[in-house]
Design a protein around this ligand. Structure first.
Ligand SMILES: [Fe+2]
Ligand SMILES: [Fe+2]
Length: 253
């Protein structure tokens, strides 16, 4: 079984890019399950119902999110209603949406969990115990995937190694920069620190470069707008056989 994870989709143009390209890419690589981080897929930070629906139509089986999930209030009821999108599992239980989901692809059942880091990030509960609780209560599934949406490489590695052998695929998101460490951990969990983004390359993490430079250089408040053009997608493909991940490789398209 082949699992594709795609990093943070930045802006509507990137959603359109996946609409055009994701289906072909999945067919070429024989992908069985696709998980896409969509927390920045609206016009600005956040996700809205049209971009979520478009990502699912483009070929995502499940959308994961992160710290920007609640930027756009229109998505709250969408999060409550759809079992194809998850928000961090370490938010309070009565926050909109769900922290994990089990989807039936027709061939197998996939558990997908989303968790938010706490190093250099704020507002979420303990990641380790929240994911453990999700594994305990998820019921029956054939394969499991965890998106760690976090800033610190050490925290992502710690969570991945803590769950080595208990979750098939653990992938990091949020930094928008793909790391060169796709690997299979000793007990058979596939892991990458960050899969990168699907967004405009001529930018700083997807944002118009001058806006970020001015903010950091002049300390002025800046309106972060997404750059345009030059879109590409970054991700990773994990091959799972008999309950163990046997290969992990980065991809871009
Ligand atoms: Fe992001
Ligand atoms: Fe984020």
């Amino acid at each position: 079984m082949k699992i594709l994870t795609v990093g943070d989709v930045v802006g509507k143009e990137a959603v359109g890019y996946l609409t055009q390209r994701l289906g072909t890419f999945k067919r070429q690589h024989g992908i069985d399950l696709t998980v896409v981080n969509g927390e920045n897929s609206a016009e600005r930070n956040g996700i809205d119902p049209p971009s979520a629906s478009a990502l699912l139509d483009a070929g995502a089986d499940v959308i994961t999110t992160g710290n920007h999930v609640y930027r756009i209030p229109a998505v709250y009821s969408y999060l409550d209603d759809s079992d194809r999108i998850v928000r961090p599992v370490n938010f309070p239980g009565d926050s909109p949406g769900r922290g994990y989901t089990v989807v039936d692809t027709g061939s197998f059942r996939a558990l997908v969990i989303n968790v938010l880091g706490s190093v250099y990030m704020e507002g979420a509960g303990d990641a380790f115990s929240s994911v453990e609780a999700a594994l305990r209560t998820a019921g029956e599934y054939d394969v499991s995937v965890l998106d760690i949406h976090a800033e610190a490489t050490s925290e992502k590695a710690a969570i991945a190694r803590y769950f080595d052998g208990k979750i098939n695929v653990v992938f990091g998101t949020h930094t928008h920069v793909q790391t060169n460490d796709a690997q299979v951990l000793p007990k058979g969990t596939g892991f990458i620190t960050d899969v990168g983004m699907c967004g405009p390359r001529d930018s700083i993490l997807g944002v118009i470069s001058d806006r970020v430079i001015d903010k950091l250089r002049l300390h002025l408040p800046a309106r972060f707008e997404y750059a345009r053009g030059n879109i590409s997608a970054s991700g990773a493909i994990f091959t799972v056989e008999n309950g163990k991940t046997v290969s992990a490789e980065t991809v871009s398209f």
